[in-house]
Design a protein around this ligand. Structure first.
Ligand code: SAM
Length: 204
């Protein structure tokens, strides 16, 4: 996966590559899917949701430019795989999921792997996690119509926020950077994500 899918497509961040070599992706998919866990595609994880393609996980992780000391907020725990990758290269991951059954499964895997620097809760992640803000980095793994304002407020300075923004078919993966009070936006590439549903996302 790392040699054939990530490095040839320009993933160069060593911490991201090492984390993706370390985290056992097959544990985050159902038994029937395990043989396909390292393939170059997303996979269904139940409740109409998906675990993202490995390249997209790597691209989003790399864009955060993590050094190791950061507190990172993830919106959309899903299978837990992205949170697990982040947890190997930052201080602490705060992850929010709106579907109970998915978070229950993800928590069991975090425990099994002894990934104790991941904290999680059920909520509408479009409102962020105000009690724990500010965050050094925020990663949204579902596509919304706009950037949720609470997330921009809860982003530290300096801080990096990565989020797919667009319609329900296709989105632009955006990197929002906050530095000395200035906010800038860069488009990374076109992506396709499941819907970000909530107060500052799509309606259920
Ligand atoms: N990061 C996940 C992984 O590694 O498996 C992939 C997540 S999947 C593409 C998107 C997830 O976002 C789904 O599990 C969905 O339920 C969740 N989601 C959508 N809207 C949400 C919201 N407002 N708050 C929290 N989670 C949300």
């Amino acid at each position: 996966m790392v040699e054939e899918q990530l490095i040839p497509r320009g993933i160069t961040d060593q911490a991201t590559l090492e984390a993706m070599l370390t985290v056992p992706r097959h544990l985050f998919v159902e038994d029937a899917m395990q043989a396909r866990a390292y393939g170059d595609h997303p996979l269904p994880i139940g409740s109409g949701q998906t675990i993202s393609q490995p390249y997209i996980v790597a691209l989003m992780t790399q864009a955060l430019e993590l050094q190791g000391h950061e507190r990172v907020l993830e919106i959309g725990t899903g299978s837990g795989y992205q949170a697990a990758v982040l947890s190997r290269i930052c201080e602490r991951v705060y992850t929010i999921e709106r579907i109970d059954s998915l978070l229950g499964k993800a928590r069991k895997i975090f425990d099994r792997l002894h990934y104790h620097n991941i904290v999680s809760r059920i909520d509408d992640g479009t409102t962020g996690w105000p009690d724990e803000a500010p965050f050094d980095a925020i990663l949204v793994t579902a596509g919304g119509p706009k950037i949720p304002e609470p997330l921009v407020k809860q982003l530290g300075d300096p801080g990096r926020l990565v989020i797919p923004v667009g319609d329900q078919q296709v989105q632009e993966l955006q990197l929002i950077t906050k530095e000395n009070g200035d906010i800038s936006t860069r488009i990374i590439e076109q992506v396709r994500f499941v819907n970000l549903i909530g107060t500052h996302g799509w309606r259920d």
